[in-house]
Design a protein around this ligand. Sequence first.
Ligand SMILES: C[S@@+](CC[C@H](N)C(=O)[O-])C[C@H]1O[C@@H](n2cnc3c(N)ncnc32)[C@H](O)[C@@H]1O
Length: 160
Amino acid sequence: MSRLDSFIRRVSAQRDVLDHVCSLIAGLPGPVLELGLGNGRTFDHLRERLPGRRIVAFDRALGAHKSSIPPEEDLVLGEIRETAARFAGIGAALVHADIETNYAEVDAETMLWLPSLAADLLQPGGIVASGLPLQHSALRHLDLPPGVPAGRYFLYRRLA
Ligand SMILES: C[S@@+](CC[C@H](N)C(=O)[O-])C[C@H]1O[C@@H](n2cnc3c(N)ncnc32)[C@H](O)[C@@H]1O
């Protein structure tokens, strides 16, 4: 498969997952936390799909396209492990974590702290969509939407 085909599959799966989780949280009030603003593409998609919903975006530095920069009060710069921990208890309806690097050592380290961070950020019934698998006793695994290959994303619901 060409890198172009692979890229198209990856972003298409990402779009399908985000649309799916937006429908899952339709009746659940509470903010959305975007861990890994990056270029701002998924932030922009969530913003479009969830009009009126507060979306707080995190990254170590601002690199988003100027059309996709959150308002100052909803942009948090620094190491997510530390910055997002300050939002524990916020009662997020959705956490989207797009911070995998595909460097095994870096991702292994992230998987040590991301599961409990996600659990602390979510309200009971809230959803986390992550590019990395999350193992935590308060997070119950959910199926991916049809057509999204296993292992490309991981979905969980926060238990009560
Ligand atoms: C794959 S990009 C996100 C792409 C974004 N979802 C988009 O659609 O444009 C991952 C981003 O997460 C940030 N990131 C990864 N690990 C981080 C960490 N531990 N703390 C802060 N930012 C982190 C990187 O700086 C990068 O901008």
